[in-house]
Ligand binder design. Structure first.
Ligand code: ATP
Ligand code: MG
Length: 408
């Protein structure tokens, strides 16, 4: 059973029990756009306790019961479905979360949602859209428009500032002018949103094919200056041309990971600032290490053909080398530089097996001890020299390695 089928089953059961139940929000938007939704959220008139009773305590999770949200657990293939009671939200005191919720009609529920295209319901049984906010019209006009007074809605929840940019860019829509004005006026306040949620938005934007237009829009609406002031500073100090080139690289990336996107964005930022940014955005250690490695090695491939064999081999076996190569090759294209080093690297790689690039060691600490040497700091120097010579294809046997150490 798919998530879609399971969510219809849930809606049927709620309807048979006398409640109203619809698909709600993002999935309605995606269905009307002819896209496969990420998840099928259900909204219903049934209060949370009734939802739990209907599906059984063991098959539900009361993760957000006080907000009217119950998770219904489905078969493995269907996953879990969020069933939320139609609700209005009380005042937002912390700029992120409502203080209280009240259960209400579908119409009132739609008014608390962020953008008109996200504010619709769909009844999959009657096959009918319930649109109280003009969402269908805006979908057809390709417009992202806040529901209600834009600035008030952004004040309530500042995450909407970034969501506005994400939906606009990723759907290739326009941002309705009054909504855009509100985003620009409020942009500096995005920092009250937790780092985790900001980076979650950045991940979604940078891992998407429309990542370049998302970043351009962030820049135009002053959100970039609020989230990544270092990038804006570097653009001013280094050059505007580099920023334009970075956007072009972002645009051309074939398979983009979040890390690659960040590395391109941060290409003119000093490495210690890059580290600080990753920490500030609470990225994972793995993300931080990849981003820093990519930024650190940007620009180095142009000299690759002049390096020693050992240097070349050591770089190409690095875990993020492929990503670096893709970024750098694109940068060379947008800067109209020679593609010769990249052709060289391509043949260099295709002419060698993985074992040739990273052959088994000829010697290690244990073999040195077996040969009667006393462990000490010299071991490291010797082993390094042996490895270097081996990768440079000057030696290829243990005997040659031992002879080399004797000469040291
Ligand atoms: P996607 O899942 O593709 O990122 P989505 O629209 O489904 O987009 P979700 O975060 O899954 O976004 O939220 C589901 C729905 O809940 C939205 O479509 C919107 O109606 C509502 N919603 C989510 N976040 C907010 C918010 N910050 N303010 C107001 N409404 C919101
Ligand atoms: Mg969703």
């Amino acid at each position: 059973m798919t998530a879609r089928e399971f969510s219809i089953e849930i809606i049927q059961k709620l309807t048979s029990a006398g409640y109203t139940a619809y698909w709600a929000g993002g999935c309605v938007r995606d269905l009307l756009l002819g896209k496969e939704p990420n998840d099928f959220d259900v909204a219903t008139s049934a209060p949370p306790e009734q939802v739990r009773d209907l599906f059984g305590k063991r098959r539900t999770l009361a993760v957000g019961e006080s907000f009217g949200v119950i998770i219904v657990l489905g078969p493995k293939t269907a996953g879990q479905i969020e069933v939320a009671t139609f609700r209005t939200e009380g005042e937002y005191l912390d700029g992120r979360r409502p203080e209280s919720v009240d259960f209400c009609s579908p119409e009132e529920d739609s008014k608390r949602r962020d953008f008109t295209i996200n504010g619709m319901f769909y009844d999959p049984i009657a096959e009918r859209v319930h649109d109280f906010v003009g969402g269908e019209k805006d979908l057809n006009r390709k417009l992202v428009r806040a529901i209600g007074v834009p600035q008030d809605r952004m004040e309530e929840d500042k995450l909407r500032l970034l969501r506005a940019v994400r939906f606009t860019a990723l759907l290739c829509f326009e941002l309705e002018p009054a909504t855009a004005d509100a985003v620009k006026i409020m942009a500096s306040q995005i920092v009250v949103v937790s780092a985790e949620r900001i980076s979650q938005e950045l991940r979604k934007m940078l891992a998407h094919p429309q990542r370049a237009s998302a970043m351009r829009l962030c820049e135009e609406l002053d959100l970039l200056a609020a989230i990544l002031p270092e990038v804006v500073d570097a653009t001013i100090q280094v050059s505007l041309e580099n920023w334009e080139q970075s956007l072009q690289v972002l645009d051309r990336l074939d398979v983009a990971s979040f890390e690659m996107g960040m590395a391109v964005l941060l290409s003119d930022v000093r490495l210690d600032s890059v580290r600080e940014i990753c920490i500030r955005l609470k990225l994972s250690n793995q993300e931080k290490e990849s981003i820093m490695w990519l930024v650190q090695h940007q620009g180095c491939l142009d000299q690759f053909p002049e390096w020693t064999l050992a240097e070349q081999k050591k770089l190409v076996v690095q875990p993020h080398f492929e990503q670096l190569f893709e970024i750098e090759q694109l940068r060379a294209i947008v800067q109209e530089k020679s593609g010769q080093p990249y052709q060289f690297i391509k043949s260099f790689r295709s002419e060698r097996t993985a074992e040739e690039l990273c052959p088994p060691e000829l010697l290690n600490g244990r073999t040195l001890i077996e040969l009667g040497h006393r462990p000490g700091p010299k071991f490291q120097t010797w082993l390094k020299a042996v490895r270097e010579a081996q990768l440079n294809e000057e030696i290829s046997t243990q005997e040659e390695a031992i002879a080399l150490i004797k000469n040291l």
